[in-house]
Design a protein around this ligand. Structure first.
Ligand SMILES: Nc1ncnc2c1ncn2[C@@H]1O[C@H](COP(=O)(O)OP(=O)(O)O)[C@@H](O)[C@H]1O
Ligand SMILES: CC(C)(COP(=O)(O)O)[C@@H](O)C(=O)NCCC(=O)O
Ligand SMILES: [Mn+2]
Length: 892
């Protein structure tokens, strides 16, 4: 395919190298992110009075394999390219970086070293010596777009295409507020709380961008806005005046000083004027600042007599209050209730935000709300990026964005100094250095107001714990935005809007501490495994070390400021760990363990099948469910289970575990489920048409637990789709690994073999047979699809298009073991609107307990789980470890 028209108004795109994925017509067209095309720049700039902000795009490395199995699968699932509309889909990543404007040369070096000005993201694909594209154009906004035009032309040979700054601020803010789930938050008295903004109820709002100066913009819609005010007292004022008065060398140093300051030595308070009394008649407490810097009128004191700490705090409060007050007045002027504050003056700094919030709340008497944005200073740059016609970013939906927080990339999210990290080795060195300075890793400290104070200035001094500002907090606040156009909301969710993958509330500090202890405890073992998986070489050890440091640093950061990366859930934490492993090129830490367990389990599978086949239908069904529960015990994510491993062979543990499963289970609706499957009396129920089985762990869990259940469903005429991870995570089986496992199992079983053939899983077998064998097959198919994620948890708002397609015809959802492990740790709320005979089976702790346990479905639902965590057992089912849950909820 050479080119495609996206819509009449958009230019033609070169898709020559695009990995084209099919999609189905019901979906809105997703995005076009064209292949390395010379005329498409992937970089946009906002060059402000103080800082240069860069937003740049990098392509995803294609991972998709388009083998025969996939093709057949696509046909079967109705996502073939031929008959349906298809969209070329390219994923990519958005990176956020900033530099000081005075260090524009560093910025130019950065752009050059990454070859961002050539429109290509991967510098390896480009010959750095090749002449730059004469016509290359980069979108840029901010005053520097004008000021530095010639410099960019000279140094990089590119032209800056100037975009209006206000336009960009608004476009950036609107994009973030619509596309990023946890973007906006309130910050009151040290408490950060994310605000879910209803897209249909976003406008109007007041946008206050606190850069060097301050712009206030009334926003009424996309591209509909008016700059209603501004103030020259802004971030530049704080930094500039502060530098003069304190001799600070950096903005952060100045901010850090403020944390140890006491402004009362320099500000004139109401009490100073009123002899220590409140001026209560007009609502001013004695502690209210009557006049910022007012005490400095004293003719007995000079600048040296004031501490830099006090000066900094006084200045910070003066400017923050002033901006808060003007913002409020403008909100009042236009009847706006919501004020979003952006710009790098805020710098994720708790006290600054608290002060602004206080001012807005105080003056508006609680009527207006101050909110802050996680990408605070990048609004303009994002807006400039959005202004490229062809990226289609504005069409992206929340579910197509995944934010990740790489650690080895210090420039990500705003590190201002230092060269870019070119390769893994540099990343590791950087980690080593980072951790040498590790004592500095302390988060901004929430400030608690002293009780009982009233009025503006009601909190006296920041009750700072440490006095050190996180050395580069913003570098870790903003992640890399992964654009994955193929992701979709799982169509079987009844109410995606209220769906929340995480049930464990990590906002509860006890909960957070518990899970952090668990994860830290796991770390040495995980590093050992990871290093062993790479041959235990010195290189692997060094990478393992770097990984451990990176992940620990993330944990340290998050324990201090759990909301640093957006709303934190267990699922995010577990995914972070996997991403961290991948970042240090541990692609599959459990590879050999998985192999060994698969082999051990496959070796006894024939026996198990024989045993099952000798049973009556009813006993068999019970044994199968017991088997799923029993096999779910093989969970490397659970400490209790890891201990068990050392005590027996797979089949021993499996049998023992199954035998121990005396009914009634802790929650036991098996009889109800059985009636739906086998009927009662003479009534023989219709089998389900298609079952989705979410598989979890490798080894016994999938082989001795899920495969036999799949086989039973197939035998009863139900199509079975095994849903597995796209990328490795812990010992989870992946979609790539499953066909081989199935092929091996099929050697022992005709049902599986025919079904696997019908589902094109047995590629080798297919090659040997004539094409007609597929049609002749009398079996319903067994298929494998990937779920789109590489984490032990799954967020059903973001699944692969393959899975979404498979779900369309499914009327039985066996969410099995997506994790026992997960059941320990997360809640997946699966709810769905579907036909009445639809059935959902949820297995695993994550899916069936933490999340879905209380979820209601419009269809039958079976939730299966063994609880492998004492704490969870007590909390959720008032039981104890290894208790089982078989909860069946027929469609209401
Ligand atoms: N590392 C930093 N260096 C300089 N200023 C910073 C830094 N971090 C935060 N700031 C604050 O952010 C302001 C710049 O914010 P920004 O939104 O980038 O504005 P501009 O577009 O004018 O550069 C500075 O005036 C200062 O108050
Ligand atoms: C001139 C500016 C738009 C430049 O943007 P900045 O570099 O500060 O982000 C801004 O500094 C500003 O709005 N200043 C306030 C001018 C006033 O309304 O008083
Ligand atoms: Mn700016």
């Amino acid at each position: 395919m050479a080119s495609i028209h996206r819509s009449g108004s958009r230019p033609q795109l070169d898709l020559s190298k695009a990995a084209i994925e099919g999609n189905f017509e019901e979906k809105d067209p997703t995005i076009l992110l064209p292949n390395q095309s010379d005329d498409l720049s992937h970089l946009a700039l906002d060059i402000g009075g103080s800082l240069i902000k860069l937003v740049y795009f990098s392509r995803h490395e294609g991972q998709s394999i388009d083998d025969k199995r996939k093709k057949t699968l696509k046909e079967r699932l109705g996502i073939s390219n031929g008959t349906r509309r298809s969209y070329p889909i390219l994923g990519g990543r958005l990176h956020f970086v900033k530099f000081e404007t005075t260090k524009i040369n560093e910025c130019l070096d950065f752009i050059y070293s990454k070859q961002l000005h050539r429109g290509g993201m991967d510098s390896r694909l480009w010959n750095a010596e090749a002449p730059a594209n004469e016509n290359a154009v980069i979108k840029a906004t901010g005053g520097g777009a004008f000021k530095f035009t010639d410099l960019f032309k000279e140094r990089l040979g590119v032209s800056l295409d100037k975009e209006d700054e206000m336009n960009c601020l608004v476009a950036g803010a609107n994009f973030l507020l619509k596309a990023i789930r946890h973007e906006a938050f309130t910050h009151i008295e040290g408490q950060k709380e994310f605000v879910q903004i209803d897209h249909n109820d976003l406008f109007p709002y007041l946008l206050v961008n606190i850069g060097s100066g301050v712009s206030m913009i009334k926003v009424d819609g996309d591209g509909k806005f008016q700059r209603v005010s501004g103030t020259n007292v802004g971030g530049g004022t704080y930094w500039g005046l502060g530098r003069l008065l304190t001799k600070c060398k950096s903005f952060d140093e100045l901010l850090e000083l403020s944390q140890r300051g006491d402004n009362r030595t320099i500000d004139m308070l109401v009490g100073d004027i009123y002899g220590g009394m409140d001026y209560s008649k007009i609502g001013l407490s004695a502690s209210t600042i009557a006049s910022s810097f007012g005490k400095a009128i004293s003719d007995t004191k000079e600048l040296e007599d004031y501490s830099p700490e006090d000066i900094s705090l006084s200045l910070l409060r003066m400017i923050s209050y002033n901006i808060g007050q003007i913002a409020y007045l403008n909100a009042l002027r236009f009847g706006l209730k919501r004020i979003f504050f952006g710009g790098f003056f805020i710098r994720g700094h708790a006290y600054t935000m608290d002060t602004i919030s206080f001012a807005v709340h105080f003056w508006s008497k609680g009527d207006a709300q101050a909110m802050f944005l996680r990408h605070e200073g990048f609004l303009g740059a994002l807006g400039a990026f959005m202004s490229y016609e062809k990226h289609g970013l504005d069409d992206l939906m929340v579910h197509q964005l995944v934010e990740r927080f790489p650690m080895g990339a210090p420039y990500t999210g705003g590190k201002i100094h230092g060269p870019p990290l070119g390769d893994l080795n540099e990343k590791i060195s950087w980690m080593e250095k980072f951790v040498l300075k590790g004592t500095e890793i302390t988060a901004p400290v929430p400030m608690a107001p002293p009780p009982g104070t009233t009025g503006l200035g009601g909190f006296e001094v920041p009750s700072s714990k440490g006095g050190t500002l996180r050395s580069d907090a913003s570098a870790l606040n903003v992640g890399v935005l992964h654009l994955v156009p193929t992701l979709e909301v799982f169509p079987l969710l009844a109410d995606p809007k209220t769906y929340e993958p995480n049930t464990i509330d990590l906002a509860d500090h006890n909960e957070l501490e518990y899970w952090f202890t668990v994860l830290s405890g796991h770390l040495p073992d995980l590093v050992d495994k990871a290093v062993a998986s790479e041959g235990g070489t010195d290189d692997a050890k060094r990478r393992g070390d770097a990984f451990a440091r990176a992940f620990s640093a993330h944990l340290a950061r998050l324990i201090e400021d759990p909301a640093a990366y957006g709303k934190l859930g267990l699922a995010n934490l577990l995914e972070l760990r996997e991403e961290c492993l991948r970042e240090f090129q541990f692609h599959d830490a459990y590879r050999s363990i998985k192999q060994r367990e698969n082999e051990a389990s496959l070796a006894v599978l024939a026996d198990l099948f024989a045993e099952l086949d000798s049973m009556s239908e009813e006993t068999r069904l019970l044994t199968l469910i017991e088997g799923v529960l029993a096999a779910n015990i093989f969970d490397w994510g659970s400490r209790a289970c890891v201990d068990l491993y050392h005590k027996g062979t797979i089949i021993e543990i499996y049998r023992m575990s199954r035998n121990k499963m005396q009914r009634p289970w802790r929650v036991d609706d098996f009889d109800l489920f059985k009636d739906r499957m086998l009927g009662s009396g003479d009534k023989k129920p219709q089998p389900h048409k298609r079952a989705l089985l979410f598989v979890d762990n490798s080894g016994a869990d999938v082989v001795l637990g899920m495969l036999p259940l799949a086989r039973e469903l197939l035998r009863r005429g139900t199509e079975v789709v095994l849903v597995a991870n796209s990328l490795p995570a812990l010992n989870d089986v992946t979609a790539m690994e499953l066909p081989d496992i199935v092929a091996e199992a099929a050697k022992h079983c005709d049902i599986l073999r025919r079904a696997a053939e019908a589902g094109s899983l047995l590629v080798d077998a297919m090659i040997n047979r004539s094409d007609s064998s597929k049609e002749n097959s009398s079996s319903v198919p067994l298929m494998v699809v990937e779920n789109g994620c590489g984490s032990p948890c799954i967020d059903l708002r973001q699944v692969s298009s393959e899975l979404a397609a498979a779900a369309k015809d499914a009327d039985l959802l066996v969410i099995t073991n997506i994790n026992l492990r997960q059941m320990e740790r997360m809640h997946v709320t699966v709810t769905r609107a579907f036909d009445d005979d639809v059935q959902i089976i949820l297995e695993g702790m994550g899916r069936a307990l933490h999340t879905n346990y209380n979820a209601r479905f419009k269809c039958d639902a079976l939730k299966l789980a063994m609880v492998k965590n004492q704490r969870l057992a007590e909390k959720l089912i008032k039981g104890s470890i290894y208790d089982c849950v078989c909860r069946y909820e027929p469609a209401s």
